[in-house]
Design a protein around this ligand. Structure first.
Ligand code: NDP
Length: 431
């Protein structure tokens, strides 16, 4: 495997993102607080979604040491660590192809083992085996211990980010351009080292796909099991909850199946590995993205034919656009160019597709993602489970601007020409 630590490359970044150090500090504190707020703002334990909170009661709870103690349980921290260990072992033991990443600034390339999809299949197989042998009760463990598992994930992910920050000071480390500024808080947030690795085990790509994404679906499955226990069997589980499990499960399966596509994403090629990715993927993703399923456990909703049709149509159209747009770009980048395609050839030699979905807007894959996010929120009757949709709108509009700027720097006038030919950013003919 090509080593990324073979030479010292440290660059001072001049352009801050995320509003610079104050923004990074806000995100380092705001992300954990928001994750808890989404739990307490929408749960049975706190009395609904949203709960009927009286300010005095909130202050009374926050000043009660017992309330704080209930957030932590060492007995759920150990299963969380066991889960990470399982994912690492699956990475090591299960067979997988080797994929070469993009060229690093050192001129080397990293080699990645890809078997995230088989890890997902193995996990689901084990979960279904447990359900077949012991019924739905054992998997409700994740539902019952949701908040303490969330605390465990935060502690583990912050510890991981701190450890990666500390080891990034060893000599010969390849630093991320954006995470090697003069501000330590900003660097800690973005991630200082580009590719922290233990031998051939790459921490960033591992964290990005395996423990968080798969745990998200396990949490959804746990919500289905909880409802089955409460309502008297899987046949009594509401259609709305089944839809959430199936749609989100398919989305995750798709991402893990296309693991080889992540190695050209800015997360892998440009960002370092710090708080943003460690906490984002290990804690924020599974514990906030499973909000709709958690809501539907205590607010069971049976969809009529109109809502079923609406939700299925939104999800299928969203998935179709997401998949076709990503496939068009990947085939195009891999040299499989359709005779009918139109494109711009840049001075750097690479081409920009201007037909198909990439001729309708500059980020059609984000549009598909947003339609699916809306479909997953529609079965709920409260504004809080819509959080995922609004969060994704904010995330993807910011990401689109970030990518536009990066492409403009990279391709200059040819990118401007592409923007003239394809003026819409994310939603064809609208935005
Ligand atoms: P993209 O997959 O859209 O990749 C952007 C890159 O594609 C650009 O930097 C450029 O790179 C290349 N590109 C842009 N326009 C063209 C064109 N016309 N022709 C050919 N190449 C082009 O972005 P992301 O990595 O952000 O997203 C990947 C997927 O992940 C998306 O489906 C997105 O929806 C999803 N996602 C989901 C999130 C979630 O939380 N649900 C969060 C973030 C992403 P270059 O020219 O260098 O090849």
């Amino acid at each position: 495997m090509a080593s990324s630590q073979s030479s010292v490359v440290s660059t001072q970044a001049s352009n801050y993102e995320f509003l610079g150090p104050p923004g990074a500090l806000l995100l380092c504190t705001g992300v954990p607080i928001t994750t808890y707020a989404l739990y307490f703002g929408c749960s049975e334990e706190s009395g609904g979604c949203p709960p009927k909170f009286v300010p005095n009661e909130i202050f009374a709870a926050l000043s009660d040491p017992e309330w704080w103690k209930a957030l932590w349980d060492t007995q759920t921290t150990l299963p969380f660590i066991a889960w990470i260990t399982f994912c690492v072992t699956a990475w090591a033991v299960l067979p997988g192809d080797r994929v070469t990443g993009t060229i690093l600034r050192t001129g080397e390339r990293k080699v990645y083992k890809i078997n995230a999809f088989s890890t997902f299949v193995l996990t689901l197989g084990l979960a279904f085996f447990v359900i077949l042998c012991y019924g739905s009760a054992p998997l409700t463990y994740l539902h019952r211990n949701f908040v303490t598992l969330l605390s465990a994930s935060l502690v583990v992910s912050v510890f991981q980010a701190l450890a990666c920050y500390a080891i990034s000071f060893r000599p010969g480390t390849l630093l991320a351009l954006g995470g090697s500024t003069s501000n330590p808080i900003y660097n800690f947030y973005i991630g200082r080292e580009l590719n922290p690795s233990i031998g051939s085990f790459d921490l960033k790509s591992f964290n990005q796909l395996r423990p968080g994404f798969i745990l998200w679906i396990l949490l959804d499955l746990s919500m289905v099991c909880e409802q089955a226990v409460r309502r008297g069997g899987f046949s009594q589980v509401t259609d709305s909850l089944w839809f959430i499990l199936i749609f989100q499960g398919l989305y995750v399966a798709d991402i893990l199946y296309h693991e080889h596509e992540i190695f050209t994403k800015i997360d892998i090629t440009t960002d370092g590995f710090g708080f943003m990715h460690s906490v984002g993927y290990l804690s924020w993703l599974p514990f906030t993205h499973s909000l709709q399923a958690r809501y539907l456990v205590f607010k069971p909703i049976v969809l009529g034919p109109v809502w079923t049709t609406t939700i299925v149509v939104f999800n299928l159209i969203g998935y179709y656009i997401f998949r076709v747009a990503n496939a068009e770009k990947n085939d195009f980048r891999n040299g499989k160019i359709d005779k009918k395609s139109s494109y711009i050839t840049t001075e750097l030699g690479s081409k920009l597709l201007t037909s198909g979905w990439w001729g309708r807007c500059r980020h059609p894959n984000y549009f598909g993602d947003l339609l699916m996010a809306l479909a997953w929120s529609l079965p709920t009757c409260s504004p809080i489970p819509y959080f995922y949709f609004f969060y994704l709108v904010a995330l993807l509009t910011h990401r689109q601007r970030r990518d536009d700027e990066a492409c403009e720097k990279k391709y200059g006038k040819e990118w401007k020409k592409y923007m003239e030919l394809v003026p819409y950013r994310i939603v064809p003919s609208v935005y």
